[in-house]
Design a protein. Structure first.
Length: 69
């Protein structure tokens, strides 16, 4: 698998350099991707819990907003 491309634009010379990420950049990129995946999984889990609770209470999303609003 090739690594993501880094694009560097020097605005003084208008030179554009495109290259693959180096080891340090790629490690940071992978850590960020893991963090994003974990965050999205947590959001999905919270949303599923919220939906389950609304179903258990027998109310709609709009009714819950009225109660909490």
């Amino acid at each position: 698998m090739s690594r993501p491309i880094v694009k560097i634009h020097n605005i003084e010379t208008d030179e554009i350099i495109e290259r693959e990420m180096n080891n340090q950049e790629f490690a940071a990129y992978e850590e960020n991707e893991k963090w994003i995946a974990a965050r999205d999984a947590e959001k999905a889990a919270q949303e599923n819990k919220r939906k389950a609770l609304l179903e258990k209470l027998g109310i709609t999303d709009e009714e819950a907003k009225l109660l909490l609003g």
